[in-house]
Design a protein around this ligand. Sequence first.
Ligand SMILES: *Cc1c(COP(=O)(O)O)cnc(C)c1O
Length: 426
Amino acid sequence: MAAQTVASTTNSVDLGPAAALSCRECGHRVPLGPVFACEECFGPLEIAYDFSAYDTEELRKKIEAGPANIWRYAPLLPVPADVADKPNINPGWTQLVKADNLARELGVTGGLYIKDDSGNPTHSFKDRVVAQAIEAARAFGFTTLSCSSTGNLAGAVGAAAARAGFRSCVFIPHDLEQGKVVMAAIYGGELVGIEGNYDDVNRFCSELIGDPAGEGWGFVNVNLRPYYAEGSKTLAYEICEQLGWRLPDQLVVPIASGSQLTKIDKGLQELIKLGLVEDRPYKIFGAQAEGCSPVSVAYKAGHDVVRPQKPDTIAKSLAIGNPADGPYVLDIARRTGGAVEDVNDEQVVDAIRLLARTEGIFAETAGGVTVGVTKKLIENGLLDPSLTTVVLNTGDGLKTLDAVAGTGLTATIRPSLDSFREAGLV
Ligand SMILES: *Cc1c(COP(=O)(O)O)cnc(C)c1O
């Protein structure tokens, strides 16, 4: 492919169609490398591609003939062309569930879908971003993988490192849910609890990167962030392909750092530019928990800057009080005609139960946030129920069992029909 020739002549690493890193703020370009901030203006770097050689129909056919995981989109990702042959956890191609029962409850008539990313190898969307980061880590010669995590990322890094033969050492707030701690530790890497919240953990990792102690480490969400972030585009690609190469009218996306939401928008824009979907408007809605709602607060106040908060919510996977991509999320919500909304912890739990009861999907608290926010946006008239709507569930309820504590047996009986009748269930 011509695009790959361009990449390999300007960079010493082969990351397929990725041509360079480009600053999101000032457009300054640098060769591909483990860097994340612009040397000119400190803006975030992101991947610039050369897709110029692609023919739309050929590309569509190639994708459709690809594997049932994110590597079907390898021509659109910063990965080598032979990526599917490498040891990787191969996430993606998760179910897009037509949620007719939930649609009836919420009054949605235009088609409601749940993109259910609990079906990934470590049961959250984070496998998508880690799968990309690990290919970059391989290309740059790192042998230790690390991250700051609100829980799910730690598990994804642990699993991917184990499969690919990297050492891993990851950092989490010390007080996370047991399900997330076990999930992160089971793969045999090192797991360090930090006495502090996620923002403290993140600050610590930034210090570690600049210190000899962290030399040679690939931090998936810091020095490998430009590559990591591209993994979220695959959600946009899959949703459109699963809808028959069609853009949904509305998407409801959770916000932690805001990276996922911004890259979903980037993915949709790419599909439009490549001619893989028809160019028509779509709206992106951001969802936060009230106890960590810096972007929602800024959106409602009409601000362009996001004022940090100290998180206090059961939606711990979204509990980033100082979201790096917050301002970009505000731009996207406003540009596409969406919004950013939040729900309280009680509404999160109600929404987890609602989704489970109507569609048989047990979501983690982040899924309670998106479903709860969808309900609220319909009630306040911001989301149009007559349009096709996709709501993301990004994690598995088994990881946040405490949120639904008290859910359990209907009755305890002796093994006899009399006892069953006495329980009042017939
Ligand atoms: C990390 C995470 C997100 C989104 O994170 P961003 O930092 O906004 O990309 C969403 N849901 C779950 C369950 C997560 O773990």
